[in-house]
Design a binder for this molecule. Structure first.
Ligand code: FAD
Ligand code: NAP
Ligand code: SF4
Length: 677
């Protein structure tokens, strides 16, 4: 089937009048941290050029600050600074002259994180470090002039356009919303006054850059704030921005401070595209939609419904630079799909680390992590087809090694087969699908239902044995741990044991939280049903009250079980969860009535239940089931025996180090080792 038959909307060009986008998929803006490092332009050049070769129609860079007070990374305000950006634009255009590269201008306003932060009013954000300085009239004029100058410098640097972000709680959006704009002059008060700032910026930027330069405005079509923008204000802003001369309007959903997840893996695919679709009816410029659109079929459906003219995929382009080409060539089963975990991208960005990708550790490391053909092909046995073994086997085979991959179970995936059974983690299926396909593409000899022991592997003549046997769940030494009411998380997730009404979960790490989610869950997974998701998070897609949120505490369907999540540490449970997603898990469980207790000491389990000390005081919990989620230990028996027998063996993943292991570390370590094998 040709590209046009399978994805006719995705692969239809978009004529902007003065230029044409070759298809309808663009790479959305992401701050990667490459903006802030010494060889950052060279590394961005390699990173973006790879995506350009991968077939995307347009690339939007990470945010660039227009001035010193704007925060964010990589200021652009002088011709000297523009010279560095030329490295990026030239690399992208050399990779494919038809791919457009657009620079995002980002002024973080009150979120700048410095005492120099500015805003329309001195209102501190819930997530801001400082109260911003209120801009006076001259200050406002300076900010507008700096946006205009930055756009001019972007043009000088060879960009095809600029995107100006007017959402997320950054400077422009704080003018738009009443609670952050308390001004009484011509920049505050009525909505007409509040939107003057973005409209003036767009009008003056257009005048500066001329008609043949792509100009995109990113609007908060749903800011998810109580007292946020009303729908008629969103429409009025979009129309005024159109009249100011933008080429494209891009829809964004939520401010960073809002308490509604909009991109986490629990968000249904394309959940917000319908909002773009409604706004699209009120303007005539093309519109971009985004959020949780991670596969070409989802993009095609959004475009076919008429919800948008263009689809932005940001994280999916980290996960797979070649996504668009694979769709074009009918190889979508080879796409390494973004599972929306945020673990290596946003969690890194918000903790000052370079962005990468859990499923593709090469993202943002294109100049240093390469899978070059091997000059000395070896026969390699990989034991264990969990994330670590899969990453090792597929990378080594791709490089030309002859790989045999063993697993004791009937399917590949290791613990991902448990993870994917948790409501909200359905996307983990995609990683297993991807690796299954890669096993076939790279001709790996897969032996399932095969438990390897040292004796049988040692006689098969492999040059190297890679031991990726994963972990054993920790079974704490507590009196009564063998009581029938004590079960392991594996038995619960696989459904091998029945769980009672009153439940204690021992261990509040990632798995403890996932198990609490599973045993309190009722009905359809919100990740698979937009209506359920909207109800669980208090979103009103149709009525669109201010901000799009109802403001009423959502009523969440729950199993009715009484669940207590316990840990020995005195810190608050869930602190170790992901920076950008942990709060969603904590809030979900709170809404389902899960009790969380830190600082406990386990004494014993008996017919009466679980006996603890809490703050030195005894507490007996009458429970039917105690689920042990107390961390993991490396499964190293095979490795130790192999080494003792003189076999050349390498440890990867949980078998190497189980403490604080996650799939990001397992895949990263295994991939790096296989790249060097
Ligand atoms: P494993 O996944 O444990 O795989 C080991 C494999 O080796 C298994 O398939 C096993 O059958 C096989 N094996 C063992 N011994 C032998 C033998 N002798 N012969 C043949 N085969 C053998 N991580 C994240 O990063 N993000 C998450 O959101 C996340 N959620 C999770 C949710 C749950 C419920 C669970 C249980 C885990 C989750 N994890 C998550 C953790 C992640 O799955 C693990 O870190 C990762 O799977 C470790 O990979 P691994 O390959 O080292 O080991
Ligand atoms: P974990 O996050 O390290 O949590 C282990 C829990 O067990 C902690 O709450 C710990 O708290 C407790 N514990 C440790 N030793 C104990 C003992 N001897 N007796 C009783 N309790 C003990 O590990 P995990 O939950 O097993 O998860 C494994 C890995 O999978 C994690 O590293 C995690 O990153 C990953 N994962 C990630 C996600 C995600 O959403 N990102 C989800 C699931 C899993 P105390 O010591 O304070 O009691
Ligand atoms: Fe997607 Fe997770 Fe990779 Fe981020 S780290 S791009 S969310 S798969």
């Amino acid at each position: 089937m040709t590209e046009h038959a399978r994805y006719p909307h995705v692969f239809s060009p978009l004529d902007l009048g003065f230029t044409t986008l070759k298809n309808r998929i663009l790479m959305g803006s992401m701050h990667t941290g490459l903006e802030d490092i010494p060889d950052g332009f060279e590394r961005q050049a390699a990173y973006f050029a790879e995506r350009a070769r991968g077939g995307v129609g347009m690339i939007i860079t990470g945010g660039v600050a227009p001035n010193g007070e704007a925060g964010g990374g990589g200021k652009l305000s002088t011709p000297e600074e523009a010279a560095g950006h030329r490295i990026v634009t030239q690399a992208v255009h050399a990779a494919d002259r038809d791919v457009k590269i657009v620079m995002q201008i980002l002024h973080t306003g009150p979120l700048a994180g410095t005492e120099q932060a500015v805003a329309p009013s001195a209102v501190r954000s819930r997530i801001g470090r400082y109260a911003p300085n209120e801009l006076d009239e001259a200050g406002i004029e300076k900010q507008i002039a700096d946006f205009v100058n930055c756009a001019a410098m972007a043009k000088l640097a060879g960009y095809d356009g600029v995107e100006i972000i007017g959402s997320a709680g950054y400077l422009i959006s704080t003018f738009l919303v009443e609670k952050t704009n308390l001004r009484t002059d011509e920049w505050g008060g009525s909505f007409e006054n509040r939107m003057r700032f973005p409209v003036e910026i767009m009008r003056r930027v257009r005048a500066e850059v001329g008609p043949e330069f792509i100009l995109i405005f990113r609007i908060a079509a749903m800011d998810m704030l109580q007292g946020g923008m009303a729908w008629d204000e969103v429409v009025a802003l979009a129309q005024a921005i159109e009249a100011a001369g933008v080429s494209i309007i891009s829809t964004h959903f939520c401010w960073h401070e809002a308490q509604v997840p909009t991109i986490a893996t629990m968000v249904p695919r394309a959940a917000f595209a319908q909002v773009t679709g409604r706004l699209r009816k009120h303007v005539s410029v093309p519109m971009i939609t985004s959020n949780r659109i991670n596969m070409p079929a989802v993009a095609e459906a959004v475009l076919a419904r008429g919800d948008a003219d263009l689809v932005s995929m940001a994280r999916p382009m980290l996960a797979d630079a070649e996504l668009v080409n694979k769709a074009r060539d009918g190889r979508e089963d080879e796409i390494n799909t973004c599972i929306a975990c945020n673990q290596a991208c946003l969690d890194h960005t918000f903790t000052g680390r370079l962005t990468s990708c859990l499923v593709n550790p090469r993202a943002c490391r294109e100049t240093e992590l390469n899978y070059l053909p091997t000059a000395t092909p070896k026969r390699i046995a990989v034991v264990g087809a969990g994330p670590a073994g899969l990453a090792y086997a597929t990378t080594a085979a791709q490089r030309g090694h002859k790989v045999t991959l063993f697993d004791a179970s009937a399917e590949i995936g290791g613990q991902f087969n448990l993870a994917r059974k948790i409501p909200g983690k359905e996307e983990f299926d995609e990683t297993i699908r991807y690796f299954n396909r890669m096993i076939a593409v790279h001709g790996i000899d897969l032996r399932l239902d095969t438990r390897v022991d040292a004796a049988n592997i040692a006689t098969q003549g492999f040059d190297e044995v890679v031991v990726a046997t994963g972990i054993e769940p920790r079974r704490p030494e507590i009196a009564g741990i063998d009581h029938p009411k004590v079960v392991s998380y594996i038995d619960v997730i696989t459904g091998r044991v029945a769980v009672g009404q009153k439940v204690a979960i021992m261990g509040a790490g990632g798995i403890g939280f996932d198990v609490a989610e599973l045993v309190t869950h009722k009905g359809t997974s919100a990740a698979l049903d937009i209506d359920v998701f909207a109800k669980e998070w208090g979103i009103d897609f149709t009525g669109h009250p201010r901000g799009g949120v109802t403001g009423v505490e959502p009523v969440v369907a729950a199993s009715g079980r009484e669940v207590t999540l316990l840990q020995r540490k005195s810190s608050s449970p869930g602190k170790s969860l992901g920076k950008t997603t942990g709060w969603t898990h904590r809030l979900t469980l709170q809404r389902r009535g899960v009790r969380m207790m830190g600082g406990v000491e386990y004494l014993r389990i008996d017919d009466a239940g679980l006996h603890l000390l809490v703050g030195g005081e005894p507490l007996s919990m009458e429970v039917d089931t105690v689920i042990v989620c107390a961390g993991q230990l490396p499964a190293r028996g095979l490795y130790d025996t192999l080494v003792a027998a003189g076999v050349n063996a390498t440890l990867v993943g949980g078998a190497y180090e189980a403490n604080e292991l996650d799939a990001k570390r397992a895949i990263n370590q295994a991939t790096a080792l296989a790249a060097a094998a």
